[in-house]
Each structure stands twice: as structure tokens, then as C-alpha cells.
Design a protein around this ligand. Structure first.
Ligand code: HEC
Length: 314
């Protein structure tokens, strides 16, 4: 008896849940929730080409070197690059002496302990060091950036949808929020008067919530003077530093692409060889199972002819 009562109570609960699911489901289809400012005004990454894109992608060494120069002169003031070591710069075409000089002259020194006094101190970077962080810790980083944390840039192109395309779009995507319209022609502040960018943040439709704490880092053409004579427009600098950040995230990208193609070629050859071996191994066996004896078509034909000659029906 208790079981039956329990069963009906359970059934009641299930019924109520099912009913509320159906009612709410129908309601949310009939009256969808209003679109948010992010849904209407956030933009996907711009369509740009990087030499490293695609299965044949390689690094444009000159571009990556220019990107490194921008990181060094602009971004390294706020962003760390803690998974990259100075010696890796040799991959970009710098020689040993150049890399040593870059490490030696790096503006931020590496924390260490004075061996004589035991006091915390700093020393010049060595070629074997990772890039030193501009801030002692997260608290110091937030204190200097309006409570926002500048993320480490080593893996940023792997950790954001759109990768380098996103970083490029973000760097070139700062806009004046006043009068900003989306592709449909809607004006942001007319549609959503409450989303006005708060003081200390900067409007950027490529950033997920439209307001980023990073002030525009690349602001004027010629901000950096490139050693190779390339004209340093904001667009060029944004592209170059994004290409550099593809390299920091995956310095072995070229090897991966090459290994991929070699593997494909190997598998293709192995497939052809396997097929030929199969044909060879089974050649005799297949011949043996072919139709022989009374059921052989040629034999039956001859028999029918003989029957016809002798006048036997059927
Ligand atoms: C004045 C300090 C400062 C400088 C200089 C600076 N940034 Fe930033 N950056 C920040 C801060 C702060 C954030 C965090 C923003 C936030 O979370 O709202 C950030 C965030 C980012 C992000 C992550 C955005 C995301 O999707 O979370 C990228 C990428 C980035 N910066 C790239 C760069 C590059 C490239 C440069 C050099 C050209 C640079 N930054 C220079 C302070 C700086």
C-alpha cells in the first residue's frame, strides 16, 4: 500500500515538472528573451591573412621579428611572456650575439637573491631566462591597470577564438562609442542607453563584452621604427605583433605542418603497397575458387550443343 502511495506521489512530482517544462518551453519560444548589447554589437575577428595560416603555413621571419620588436617596445610594459625563453629567438633568425645583447639590454630585470646579503634583488636577463614579467605578482599588475589583469601573451593566440585574427582585430578595433552603429544600422547608445562605457574602460566591439580595460596600445603610425624599413602603420604593427604571438604560442608550427605532410605521403604509399600486396597474395587463391567442372559456363554450353545434336530435349 505504502509503495502504491509513494508511486503516485512520485508521479505527481514528475507531472508537475513536465508541465512546467512544457509551459516554460512554449513561453520562451513565443516570447524570446530580448537580445543583449553583446549579441547585437559584438563583432567576429576580421578576415586577414597570416603566412602561418593553413596546412602549408610557414612563418614570415621578417614579420615575426618586427612583431617581436613591437612586443619589446610596447606590449612588454604590461604583458608577460612567461613561456618563452630568450634563446628561442634564434629560431627567428637572430644570431647568438644578437640574442645575448637582447637579453642583456632587456628593460625588466630578473628577480634573484643577492648571494652575499640574502636580500631579494634583480639581475640582468641571461639568454637561458624566460622573458621577465613586468609586475611582481597579480596584485601589483591589477594595481597598475585599474584592477584588470593583463593576461600572459605566450599562448593568447591559442586561447582565444580566432587566434591571431582576433588579436589583430582587437588591436585595430577601438572605436568611438558615440554614434557607433552595427552592420544593421542600429545605433548602440540608442538601442542600449545603459551600456555606456564606464570610465577607465575602452569601447572595442571585438572584445567579448565590448568594453576592455586595455587602453589602445597602438595609436599612431610610426610609433615603432622598424629595423627593416617597413612602414609602421597601426595596421602593419597590429598584424606583425599578432604574427609574433602565433610564433610564441606554437614555435614548432612549421615542423608540425611538415610532419603532417610526410605522414600523409607515407600513409598514401603504404596504402598503395598494401593493396598491391593483397592482389598478389590472393591471386592464386582467387583463381582456384573460380567455377570449374559441370557448372562451368563453357562446359554447360558444350553439353547443350551435344544434346541438341543428338536431339535430346531439355
Ligand atoms: C598599459 C598596459 C597595456 C599595454 C601597453 C598593452 N596591454 Fe594588452 N591588456 C592590458 C590589460 C589591462 C588587459 C586586460 C583587459 C581586460 O580584461 O579588460 C589586456 C588584455 C590584452 C589581451 C587579451 C584580450 C582578451 O581577449 O582577453 C590581448 C590579446 C592584449 N592585451 C594584447 C596586447 C598587445 C599585443 C599589446 C602590444 C601591442 C598590448 N596588449 C599592450 C594592458 C595593456
Amino acid at each position: 500500500m505504502v509503495r502504491i502511495i509513494g508511486f503516485f506521489i512520485g508521479l505527481g512530482f514528475v507531472g508537475v515538472l513536465l508541465l512546467s517544462l512544457i509551459v516554460n518551453g512554449v513561453d520562451s519560444i513565443k516570447n524570446p528573451p530580448p537580445a543583449t548589447a553583446e549579441e547585437e554589437f559584438h563583432l567576429g575577428a576580421k578576415d586577414v591573412r597570416f603566412a602561418s595560416d593553413g596546412a602549408f603555413g610557414r612563418f614570415d621571419r621578417e614579420q615575426v621579428q618586427r612583431g617581436f620588436q613591437i612586443y619589446k617596445e610596447v606590449c612588454s610594459a604590461c604583458h608577460s611572456l612567461k613561456y618563452v625563453s630568450f634563446y628561442q629567438l634564434k629560431d627567428l633568425g637572430y644570431n647568438e650575439a644578437e640574442v645575448k645583447a637582447i637579453a642583456n639590454q632587456w628593460a625588466i630585470e630578473v628577480p634573484t637573491v643577492n648571494p652575499e646579503t640574502g636580500e631579494p634583488s634583480t639581475r640582468k636577463a641571461l639568454i637561458s631566462d624566460r622573458f621577465p614579467s613586468p609586475y611582481a605578482n597579480e596584485t601589483a599588475a591589477r594595481a597598475a591597470n585599474n584592477n584588470a589583469l593583463p593576461p600572459d601573451l605566450s599562448l593568447i593566440t591559442e586561447s582565444r577564438e580566432g587566434g591571431a585574427h582576433y588579436v589583430y582585430s582587437l588591436l585595430t578595433g577601438y572605436r568611438n562609442q558615440q554614434g557607433y552603429r552595427n552592420a544593421k544600422g542600429q545605433e548602440l547608445l540608442k538601442e542600449f542607453p545603459d551600456v555606456k562605457t564606464p570610465a577607465g574602460l575602452h569601447f572595442n566591439p571585438y572584445f567579448a563584452n565590448l568594453n576592455i580595460a586595455m587602453p589602445p596600445p597602438l595609436t599612431s603610425d610610426g610609433q615603432v621604427t622598424f629595423a627593416d624599413g617597413t612602414k609602421s602603420t597601426v595596421d602593419q604593427m597590429a598584424k606583425d605583433v599578432s604574427a609574433f604571438l602565433v610564433w610564441t604560442a606554437e614555435p614548432t608550427l612549421e615542423n608540425r605542418h611538415r610532419a603532417g605532410w610526410v605522414t600523409m605521403l607515407f600513409l598514401l604509399t603504404a596504402t598503395v603497397l598494401a593493396y598491391l600486396a593483397y592482389r598478389n597474395l590472393w591471386a592464386n587463391a582467387k583463381r582456384e575458387v573460380s567455377v570449374r567442372g559441370p557448372l562451368e559456363p563453357a562446359f554447360r554450353e558444350r553439353m547443350n550443343e551435344q544434346k541438341a545434336e543428338r536431339g535430346i530435349a531439355g
